[in-house]
Write a new protein. Structure first.
Length: 133
């Protein structure tokens, strides 16, 4: 199992392949999310994180956004998602799960909300990591 910032060539290739096969909702969200990468906390897509590849990740906020399509509806997949979220939580990473419909009506508002979450969490994390005087 690999750390948060280290990824193997295999994981890089899988992430690259997933970016090529992303669902429509992920494509729409990425179009809007990447617009803020110049001014706000950077968001990555299909990012290797420990032994997983997450849909969207903001390192500064330690925040993941997962878009759960129909493949996430069976019991086995739900159990895997719960275990994965718990593993990431132990490492201080919060996971937000949304349905693909979030990329339809209200996408601009959702992206603004998610970016606000990234900004607020990144400030909180930075404050927590500051050395005490």
């Amino acid at each position: 199992m690999h750390g948060e910032r280290f990824q193997t060539k295999f994981e890089t290739e899988i992430a690259r392949e997933l970016r090529q096969r992303e669902i429509d909702a992920e494509r729409k969200l990425w179009f809007h999310l990447r617009q803020g990468n110049k001014t706000g906390p950077k968001i990555r897509r299909q990012h290797p994180l420990y032994s997983f590849i997450v849909d969207f990740y903001c390192h500064a906020a330690r925040l993941v956004l997962e878009i759960d399509g129909t493949s996430h509806e069976n019991e086995e997949r739900v159990a895997k998602d719960v275990a994965r979220d718990a593993y990431l939580a132990v490492h201080g990473i919060e996971v937000i799960r949304m349905k693909p419909a979030v990329a339809d009506d209200g996408i601009v508002e959702f992206v603004a909300w998610f970016r606000d979450q990234c900004h607020e969490r990144s400030i909180m994390i930075a404050e927590h990591l500051k050395p005490e005087s």
